[in-house]
Design a protein around this ligand. Structure first.
Ligand SMILES: Nc1ncnc2c1ncn2[C@@H]1O[C@H](COP(=O)(O)OP(=O)(O)OP(=O)(O)O)[C@@H](O)[C@H]1O
Ligand SMILES: [Mg+2]
Length: 316
């Protein structure tokens, strides 16, 4: 369904008149594959490049380097009509259900918006589809005449999900879809997403900084740090036997929170994406770093079937 190859995205940073132009390296050489019907979990701390990668996948951010193949086609090499068709076949659900919906439109209009844009639907067809979608996401038929401000966060996220699936897309990009929700609503929306995945045979790119969510929902996982993958592989395997010290520290933080102990916090700050240090980008915070890690950049190597890590000293 989706294949991303050696993707890099950088943004120019405003520089002084005489200083050299610099770049934020938001994504650095990411490759991943998602088979039809699978859920790929993308985890990493804030600012590591998850949303930037998602925007490149969905055709909103042309990569500086590398390619995105959607159903076998090189997305950024498609003709305009083929690109539009591909874009409609993949939809995005955003983190913030408050800003993602137009406050001046009622729910009927919001959910029907992608159908308006595509065109070719009668008023009756759109109304019928909106009723179907409301039912699918657990809202009532009367809700279609209400406005976003009338709904709670979880209900707004349901509206956003209904809109995203209105044109029967095959791939959904879920960019932190539950991060802004409180605990009980969080679980309800996770369940809805899992039900829809099952019922509609969808493929997901599921982005989260919450490892527990990714563990529950995904088949494979990519652990991102400073724009590149530190570890990649089958979710069950990565969680049971993580290879990379970074994955270990993320997992340790989750476990200790569960057990009400002192959280294990990785020392030091994340380096700037403008001045990515040489060697391993995680070396400055890694408890296992050796001199080699400061100079030589590790590449992703397969240490167990399907499980890769970019580390000179993986935990095996
Ligand atoms: N349009 C842009 N122009 C300049 N820099 C940008 C732009 N978009 C993102 N960045 C930078 O790229 C890096 C990655 O940002 P991104 O939003 O992809 O991270 P993220 O992993 O989604 O973070 P979060 O978990 O907070 O959503 C950050 O340093 C960010 O400041
Ligand atoms: Mg983001």
């Amino acid at each position: 369904m989706l294949k991303v190859e050696n993707l890099a995205i950088s943004f120019p940073v405003k520089a002084g008149l005489f200083s050299k132009r610099r770049h934020i390296k938001a994504v650095r050489g990411v490759s991943l594959t998602i088979q039809k019907g699978q859920i790929f979990g993308l985890v990493g701390e804030s600012g590591c490049g998850k949303s930037t990668l998602a925007q490149a996948v969905i055709g909103m951010q042309r990569p500086t380097q590398g390619q995105v193949f959607f159903k076998g086609d090189d997305l950024y090499a498609l003709s305009t009509p083929a690109f539009r068709a591909a874009r409609q076949n993949m939809q995005m659900v955003f983190q913030d259900p408050f800003s993602a919906l137009n406050p001046r439109f009622d729910v009927q209009r919001i959910i029907a918006e992608p159908m308006h844009i595509r065109g070719g639907f009668s008023g009756e067809q759109m109304e019928g589809r909106v009723l179907e979608l409301l039912n699918l996401v657990g809202l009532s038929p009367e809700d279609r005449h209400r406005y976003p401000s009338d709904f709670s966060g979880g209900q707004r996220q349901r509206i956003g999900i209904a809109r995203a699936i209105s044109l029967h897309p095959e791939l959904l990009i879920l960019d932190e879809p539950v991060s802004a929700l409180d605990v009980s609503v969080h679980a309800q929306i996770m369940n809805l997403l899992m039900d829809l995945h099952e019922e509609l045979g969808l493929t997901y790119l599921f982005i989260s900084h919450n490892l527990a969510d990714v563990k529950d929902i995904s088949h494979s996982v990519g652990v991102m740090y400073l724009g590149s993958f530190m570890e990649y592989g089958p979710t069950a395997q990565v969680f049971a036997q993580p290879l990379h010290p970074y994955t270990h520290s993320l997992l340790a933080a989750v476990l200790t929170l569960d057990q009400q102990k002192e959280p294990v916090i990785t020392r030091g700050d994340i380096p700037s994406p403008i001045e990515v240090p040489p060697g391993c980008s995680f070396a400055s915070r890694c408890p296992l770093a050796q001199p080699k890690c400061q100079v030589e950049t590790p590449v992703l190597l397969e240490y167990r079937p399907g499980q890769l890590a970019a580390c000179h000293y993986p935990v095996i």
